[in-house]
Design a protein around this ligand. Structure first.
Ligand code: IMP
Length: 420
């Protein structure tokens, strides 16, 4: 049995939670590879809404095993709360944590918020969860604290004290008001809860592979927020694209069968940065309200716009997407005309269908749209029964991205899912 990967193809918030839950039924192991509690994954089961930030979305079925991979950065308080919620569900599903994952310390959150992560004078508009500063520590190594450091009280105290000493000038300069002692005592119950869950995740995964068990890897954020390939500097600090899946879990590429890319039927973005198809009119308002487009993590209102097939094709190429899961098709119902960007007009007047990787250029493109007549009929749970206009819209996305759409979501519930 293979490894299947589920990735976001836009700026995050594509509805990956529901898709992971859907595919998790056949899987035994579900891994998170990158990011931290900047992610917010929503799963709706029988009218109950679950919001997850760290624990994989695929653990609602019985007896699943979840792993937070080495590529993640973990806020222990958030993790412990989600582990307690999982325990309450009492369905036999469990979570383990890679010892090579990194810890988000209170000062990481403080740096993210107090100094506002910026590029020049421009704010990135981060989630304020300490993600960038935690990855910064990982990259500089000297101020990094790994999950392995939680294994004994003494080891953790020694490491936290060392790092605190190193960071002292920056902590003083930014008026960080906690002492090492208070941090250690606040974190001790969290350390005690996490320590027994620490694993060597690369070794842990091997028997699942050898025994042909289906493994799912749950992506966080989306391709356009990728640290390398996204709209830099308005990106997150990890790689939500396919490469991050391998470095963030240690699972080998050779086992991957399906790369399922998730996209909304329109686009949204939170935080700063270019968004060529953004709407500031009644249609944008319609998508925002009808799609309930508020951030799961920060509650911020998401900007909304038309689907961008230039960006989507780029994300499919980048990730080697084998099939697309199209979400929130129902949100478009009722619009008279629906648009999809099929090319960009560049500042020099030329037209391109290639996604400009220079963010400055991307900020000044003008989308060229194809119009589709809308539909108002109810969306039946069967592709052939969808309104012809919806089918035409779906087929155009497939044509433009050269990728089949094998799953269509028409609402938050599990049963509002069409497979082809
Ligand atoms: P950070 O990941 O908190 O550093 O935020 C960097 C950028 O990524 C900001 O624009 C955030 O709004 C955005 N971002 C991070 N995580 C998510 C997510 O899960 N969904 C949507 N946007 C996100």
């Amino acid at each position: 049995m293979p490894v299947n990967v589920i990735l976001g193809l836009q700026w995050g918030d594509e509805g990956k939670g529901k898709i992971v839950d859907y595919y998790s039924r056949d899987a035994e192991l579900i891994l998170r590879a990158t990011g931290g509690n900047n992610a917010g994954h929503t799963v709706v089961i029988d009218k109950t809404t679950y919001k997850l930030h760290l624990v994989p979305s695929g653990l609602f079925e019985n007896n699943k095993v979840g792993i937070l991979g080495n590529g993640t950065v973990l806020d222990l308080a958030v993790l412990c709360k989600e582990l307690n919620d999982l325990k309450q569900r009492n369905n036999g599903s469990v979570v383990f944590v890679s010892g090579k994952a990194h810890v988000i310390m209170p000062w990481h959150k403080h740096f993210d918020v107090s100094t506002e992560t910026k590029s020049g004078d421009k704010k990135i508009g981060t989630t304020g969860r300490g993600i960038g500063p935690a990855y910064e520590s990982k990259a500089n190594r000297s101020t990094a604290i790994r999950i392995y450091d939680l294994t004994t009280k003494e080891r953790f105290a020694k490491r936290v004290t060392e790092v605190f000493q190193l960071l002292k000038p920056r902590l003083q300069e930014t008026a960080f008001d906690k002492s090492v002692e208070s941090i250690l005592s606040e974190m001790e119950p969290l350390r005690l809860q996490i320590a027994p869950l620490v694993i060597d995740s690369v070794a842990f995964v091997q028997p699942f592979i050898e025994q042909n068990k289906l493994i799912l890897v749950e992506g966080a954020q989306g391709a356009l927020l990728d640290f390398d390939h996204g709209t830099f500097p308005f990106v997150t600090s990890s790689n939500p694209t396919i490469g991050g899946i391998f470095t963030g879990t240690g699972v080998s590429h050779k086992h991957v069968k399906q790369v399922i890319g998730v996209t909304k039927a329109y686009c949204t973005r939170v935080g700063a940065g270019p968004f060529p198809t953004k709407l500031v009119d009644a249609d944008g308002e319609y998508l925002q309200v009808n799609g309930n487009e508020f951030g799961t993590t920060t509650g911020r209102k998401r900007d909304c716009g038309w689907i961008d097939l230039v960006a989507l094709r780029y994300a499919c190429q980048l990730n080697g997407v084998t099939e697309i899961a199209l979400t929130k098709l129902d949100v478009l119902s009722g619009l008279k005309t629906i648009k999809a960007a099929v090319a960009y007009k560049l500042p020099n007047g030329e037209t391109t269908s290639v996604f400009p990787e220079d963010t400055t250029v991307l900020s000044s493109v003008e989308p060229i749209y194809r119009d589709f007549p809308g539909w108002s009929e109810k969306l039946e749970p069967n592709f052939e029964m969808l309104p012809n206009n919806a089918k035409e819209f779906i087929r155009t996305i497939e044509k433009y991205t050269s990728t089949p759409i094998t799953l269509i979501s028409t609402g938050p519930e599990r049963k509002q899912t069409i497979t082809r």
